[in-house]
Design a protein around this ligand. Structure first.
Ligand SMILES: *Cc1c(COP(=O)(O)O)cnc(C)c1O
Length: 385
């Protein structure tokens, strides 16, 4: 479909094309020095000690759970209002996801109070998701997990380039996991990054990305090794040089593109604030503060009920505006319902919000007229106010 305003778009230019050309010409395509450079620059950018580039964020989440030793009988508390990958990673390890509710309608982030209530003797870790690019209350989560000897994993897929309490989101817990899928704030096509400040965790995670091998093909190519051992268990979660070269170019554009996202988020807020029929989650956090800078990954709005939401999405589609729902809650997916005996009513706030939620287009290369067009289209739907 040819959208007048797509949900998201990618800021590609000659930089990405040049980077890819260079890799193709070099004929070294598997993980090598371009990936090493991408890891170094990403680590510096977020202020993490270690960054391990992987094939996608789901792989990063799985590695985090695997290295922290999550297994059968272990519970991991996480939100339901997130992409299914956040929970699937726990299942890959045989662990049990325990879903916590959102805070409220203004703050769609996982509720620290509800998490606290759901901690049992089986709880091993908490995975927070910085939904939409707004960071969770990490002071609270760090204190909670430290006090109880739990691990803290951050699904930071939405928040590259963000800032919270003097740090980059993703650097508060044991592991931070980033996604470079094409609809995220920066992309490598498919791709992801696992970050940690802990030397020991990094020493374990790095080989697990490549079958647990002691040396990589790249080391052998450079004459650093002839053979290898497999002292630990691992996966093939490698990224490649083509994707890493795109990542290097995209990282350079992340800050200015997030600035533009923030500018458009403010324009949406100003344009929609007066409309009684909708409410804007995170409204007071748009624009940032001394304490935080969101990455403005999503612009979600809430309407009064599911029927209105579906009609509004249909109306916007007709006028060429693409919208989406972030997210259908995980605990109501049929696989999760049947596997973990979950029912509607488990998370009242998440369920109430997810039926009335829609996400408006937001991306760095948007035009102001496009934002204006979306606002006018919404106003027209509600009766030309
Ligand atoms: C996109 C996304 C993921 C998965 O990322 P992939 O790179 O596609 O594996 C995980 N969690 C959240 C919150 C996401 O938005």
């Amino acid at each position: 479909m040819d959208w007048k305003v797509p949900l998201s778009d990618i800021d590609f230019g000659p930089e990405e094309i040049e980077g890819v050309k260079k890799v193709l010409t070099s004929k070294w395509l598997a993980t090598g020095e371009v990936t090493a450079r991408f890891e170094k620059e990403f680590a510096d950018f977020v202020g993490a000690k270690h960054a391990i580039a992987v094939s996608n964020c789901t792989a990063a989440l799985h590695l985090a759970c695997h290295i922290l030793g999550i297994g059968p009988g272990d519970e991991v508390i996480l939100p339901s209002l997130t992409f299914v990958a956040t929970a699937n990673a726990v299942l890959y390890c045989g662990g049990t996801p325990v879903f916590a509710d959102i805070t409220d309608e203004r703050n769609l982030l996982i509720s620290a109070d509800d998490v606290e209530k759901k901690i049992t003797s089986k709880t091993k870790a908490i995975t927070v998701v910085h939904y939409g690019g707004y960071c969770c209350d990490m002071e609270r989560f760090v204190n909670m997990t430290r006090a109880r000897g739990l691990f803290l994993i951050e699904d930071a897929a939405h928040v590259p380039g963000g800032y919270f309490n003097g740090k980059h989101p993703g650097t508060f817990g044991e592991f931070g996991c980033f996604s470079f899928f094409p609809n995220k704030n920066m992309t490598t096509a498919e791709g992801g990054m696992l970050i940690t400040d802990d030397d020991e965790l990094a020493r374990k995670a790095r080989p697990a990305r490549s079958h647990g091998l002691t040396t990589m093909t790249w080391d052998r190519h450079r004459g650093h090794a002839y053979s290898y051992d497999v002292p630990t268990f691992g996966f093939n979660y490698r990224i490649d040089e083509i994707r890493s070269s795109i990542g290097l170019a995209q990282l350079m554009k992340l800050r200015p593109n997030n600035e533009r996202r923030g500018f458009f988020a403010s324009a949406y807020r100003r344009g929609l604030e007066g409309l009684d029929e909708i409410s804007i989650p995170f409204k007071d956090r748009i624009g940032g503060s001394g304490k935080e800078k969101p990455s403005y990954h999503l612009f979600p709005i809430l309407v009064k009920d599911e029927a209105t939401r579906n009609l509004l999405m249909e109306h916007l589609k007709k006028v060429g505006v693409q919208t989406s729902i972030h997210y259908p809650p995980i605990h109501l997916f049929s696989y999760y319902r049947s596997t973990f005996q979950l029912k509607e009513g488990l998370l009242p706030k998440t369920e109430h919000v997810s039926k009335r939620l829609l996400t408006l287009p937001l991306y760095g290369t948007m035009e102001e007229e496009q934002v204006r067009y979306v606002i006018d289209s919404i106003k027209n739907f509600f009766g030309g106010k």
